[in-house]
Ligand binder design. Structure first.
Ligand code: AMP
Ligand code: ZN
Length: 478
């Protein structure tokens, strides 16, 4: 049974979907004004593992993700410039070219990390009418008001505005001071923008749409209320994002959606912790960020970064360093090496009795329990390594039979449907290499050791090695 930590209750809960085996999953997506950094991508990997774990548990997941291509201002407190328009000016490109370019880059990054592309990836600008409709409903319910600059959500009229964040409203007021200065007509400093009018700093805002309150553009949060309701209905099962979304973005989404429709937005809220660098949060605006392209330039396989992410629990902070990535890359290569050994072993015809079946069953059980315990990926990975060590030990003593080696490989590849480390893509041994290895065996049988050694060296220069096991020699990729 799957247990997940629900930020709403601050407890681990048994996951009980709202509609049988169907699960609605909403994951807040990127603001497409820059490359995603590896911190953002840590959150997307966590969400990907969640989707895969749900699927492994037999659920059919309908996953929706937005891309923010308008309305996210340089300060999350609704002040400053629109991030997209600022970047367009800097790059001397149109706003549409900027969002198109960074959306495509985002898709490349998630492909590199073997993250399943959400079937419904919806740009904010594609649901403007739906957003306006929700704002109109909020007006009707007395939850929205208009100033000469914008339309705001009135937090004082909404019951329990801080239910998710549990943050005292007084703290929010301090954080929102800057905004009060930006619009003196705002009633409450914590009120947040639903629609910006084309006045003041936004007089020349390029992205603009007609609305009942004057031409303008939406505030940052309303897109997620509109997109989630449109594609998943309300309530839906799980809503996710990084922990920074708890206090502002998700709190505001709840106010909008629940205010408009009088029912809960989502049953479970899950939040991934930060990726840090030098013990500080990695952030686009902080300027301390690293991208997948940077990792590739340094010669790293992006999946080694995925491996690194999986070595820590999604609710723990993870400090990134090049050394930790190097260790993860070595462990990832080691894992594939061990699987190649198993694969090779499974093809040898050994019939010796084996204790391994029980070990495999135990490892699979441990893995499943770990994943179903709020996605404990470090423990899940640990159970695979433990099994591989045990099997290697048995193999050295000639106590592993090839059938069980094959079974272990098959089971581990099934578990990888959750980890997403692409373990099934083990390098193939070309026919030429296999022939060379056979020839070497013949030479050895004829005691022509010098020639046999020369052939072994040649095989090594071609990227493969030969491991002599009690059951016979194995060819594996280096
Ligand atoms: P953004 O593009 O800024 O809206 O962020 C996209 C996603 O990345 C959101 O779910 C954020 O909560 C998350 N995020 C931002 N910074 C980090 C970080 N340093 N570590 C992990 N996740 C982050
Ligand atoms: Zn959102």
């Amino acid at each position: 049974m799957l247990h997940i930590f629900n930020t709403l209750s601050r407890k681990k809960e048994i996951f009980k979907p709202l509609h049988g085996k169907q699960v609605g999953l909403y994951t807040c997506g990127p603001t497409v004004y820059n490359y995603a950094h590896i911190g953002n991508l840590r959150t997307y990997v966590f969400e990907d593992v969640l989707q895969r774990a749900l699927e492994y548990n037999g659920y059919k997941v309908k996953r929706v993700m937005n891309t923010t291509d308008v309305g996210h201002l340089t300060s999350d407190a609704d002040t400053g410039e629109d991030k997209i328009e600022k970047e367009a000016k800097k790059e001397k490109k149109s706003v549409w070219d900027v969002t198109k370019f960074y959306t495509e880059e985002f898709l490349k990054d998630i492909k590199d990390l073997n993250i399943k592309v959400p079937k419904l990836l919806v740009p904010a600008t594609k649901t403007i009418p739906e957003q306006i409709k929700i704002v109109k409903t909020l007006f009707k319910k007395g939850l929205a008001y208009e100033t000469s600059k914008a339309v705001y959500f009135d937090v004082s009229k909404f019951r329990n505005y801080t239910e998710l964040s549990r943050q005292p409203l007084s703290e929010k007021i301090t954080a929102a001071r800057e905004e009060v200065v930006a619009d003196p007509e705002k009633r409450h400093p914590a009120d947040f923008a639903l629609w910006f009018k084309l006045v003041g700093d936004f007089k020349n805002h390029i992205m603009r749409w007609p609305s009942p309150w004057s031409d303008g553009f939406p505030g940052w949060h309303i897109e997620c209320s509109a997109i989630s309701t449109k594609f998943l209905g309300q309530p839906f099962d799980i809503h996710t994002g990084g922990v920074d979304h708890i206090n502002v973005h998700h709190t505001n989404e709840i106010a909008q959606s629940e205010g408009a429709f009088n029912k809960p937005l989502a049953k479970y809220w899950m939040h991934g912790e930060f990726l840090l660098i030098d013990q500080n949060r990695m952030g686009k605006s902080v300027g301390n960020f690293i991208t997948i392209n940077d990792l590739k330039k340094e010669g790293f396989d992006p999946l080694a970064f995925r491996y690194l992410i999986l070595t820590s629990h999604y609710r723990s902070r993870l400090n990134f360093s090049w050394d930790s990535l190097k260790s993860a890359a070595n462990a990832y290569v080691g894992l594939k090496h061990n699987l190649s050994l198993l694969q090779g072993y499974s093809k040898l015809k050994t019939k010796n009795a084996s204790e391994s079946k029980q070990l495999i069953a135990t490892a699979v059980r441990k893995f499943k329990n770990a994943i179903n315990d709020d996605l404990n990926t470090p423990e899940a990975l640990g159970s695979i390594h433990e099994l591989l060590n045990q099997l290697a030990g048995l193999q050295k003593e000639n106590k592993l039979n090839s059938q069980n080696a094959g079974l272990a490989l098959k089971e581990i590849l099934k578990l990888d449907s959750i980890l997403g480390l692409n373990l099934k893509n083990l390098p193939k041994i070309p026919a030429k290499i296999r022939q060379m290895a056979k020839k070497r065996e013949l030479l050895r049988a004829n005691k022509q050791f010098t020639q046999a050694d020369a052939l072994r060296k040649e095989i090594e220069t071609l990227g493969f090695s030969i491991e002599d096991t009690p059951a016979g020699p194995l060819v594996i990729p280096n």
